[in-house]
Design a protein around this ligand. Structure first.
Ligand SMILES: Nc1ncnc2c1ncn2[C@@H]1O[C@H](COP(=O)(O)OP(=O)(O)OP(=O)(O)O)[C@@H](O)[C@H]1O
Ligand SMILES: [Mg+2]
Length: 308
């Protein structure tokens, strides 16, 4: 199936010479959720802004639903909903007027039922006639999302959707993203919160210094790069690690109270039973065992370190 979004050899050099993006290539399939992770200044907003036609690329090409986002701007833009990183709303308007106007901007006929549904989905229905300036920050953010959805886009861009929002709203956003996916909407979001990518993304892209370091299926990424740990708590602390155990890769941690084995990079497996009998043979008594998996966060930090 042809991708709903295709970014080809995209470069951006801002006036003044800052290269914000270097040779970005990215295809996004219909209905997937892609999270772009990267530190401040990585180029995430620049990438999204170029795709949405707010910033010009220095060179390269973007196709949205097959439409060139420069030469066929209107067609491309009509497929896109954008929730920008910076909150901007018209203070004196009401949500109701704002959403109806937004639909009109895209040349769509008035559809009060659709506007109502979007407002209800974002828990803004009871605020529909209040002035926007009287809404809380979280409500304004919901309104921006409503505004991005009211023309029924096929692909939604969320630039840091949950920066500075409370836990309840973050959960709401995640649920909203899941609902949109069920409706076949593609979602591209940027985030600093790795747990967010872990929770909702199908694929994860890591961007740093204007380069897309990798784009990979989240589960594959976790399986290939995620390290596992076997932690063995000891009944009596050891002062010295038996040689047979060090040969198997164990180290002695927590002031001699724990044996630790890291494994699993690139899909490596271990026989936990064999490890335990080796421990037993070394005359070491076990109090408890646990396994732990490194998080996406640890993987991410490791990746960024490799590239500096
Ligand atoms: N209008 C501009 N003119 C010049 N340089 C810019 C402009 N906008 C962004 N930059 C620079 O381009 C780089 C990428 O910025 P961008 O906003 O895309 O990063 P980001 O990944 O979205 O960061 P954050 O996580 O802080 O939102 C930064 O070095 C930034 O200073
Ligand atoms: Mg940004």
């Amino acid at each position: 199936m042809s991708p709903v979004l295709s970014v080809q050899n995209l470069n951006k050099i801002y006036k003044g010479g800052k290269q914000a993006l270097s040779d970005i290539n990215l295809d996004v399939a219909k209905g997937e959720i892609l999270a772009l992770l990267g530190p401040n200044g990585a180029g995430k907003t620049t990438l999204i802004s170029i795709i949405c036609g707010i910033v010009n690329a220095s060179n390269g090409k973007v196709l949205v639903g097959g439409f060139d986002n420069v030469k066929q701007f209107r067609q491309a833009r009509s497929l896109i909903g954008l929730v920008p990183q910076e909150l901007t709303t018209d203070a004196f308007e009401t949500p109701w007027a704002n959403l109806n106007f937004s639909r009109g901007l895209f040349g769509l006929p008035a559809d009060p039922a659709k506007v109502e549904q979007v407002l209800r989905d974002l828990s803004l229905w009871d605020k529909k006639d209040n002035r926007i300036m009287t809404l809380s920050g979280g409500m304004k953010r919901r309104l921006l999302i409503a505004k991005a959805l009211v023309h029924e886009p096929q692909i939604l861009f969320l630039d840091e959707p949950t920066a500075g929002v409370d836990v309840a709203l973050r959960q709401d956003m995640w649920q909203m993203v899941a609902r949109l996916r069920e409706q076949g909407v593609t979602v591209v979001l940027t985030t600093h919160y790795i747990e967010e990518a872990e929770a909702i993304a199908d694929r994860v892209g890591v961007i740093s210094g204007g380069k897309l370091l990798l784009v990979e299926d989240k589960d594959t990424l976790m399986a290939n790069m995620g390290q596992k740990q076997l932690q063995v708590d000891l009944k009596t602390p050891l002062t010295l690690l038996p040689e047979s155990l060090s040969a198997l890769g164990f180290s002695l941690e927590k002031e001699g109270q724990q044996l630790l084995l890291r494994y699993g990079g690139k899909g490596e497996q271990i026989e936990v039973g064999a490890m335990l009998s080796a421990i037993h043979q070394a005359g070491v008594e076990v109090a408890d065992i646990h396994t732990a998996q490194s998080s996406l966060e640890e993987i991410f930090i490791e990746l960024l370190q490799e590239t500096v």
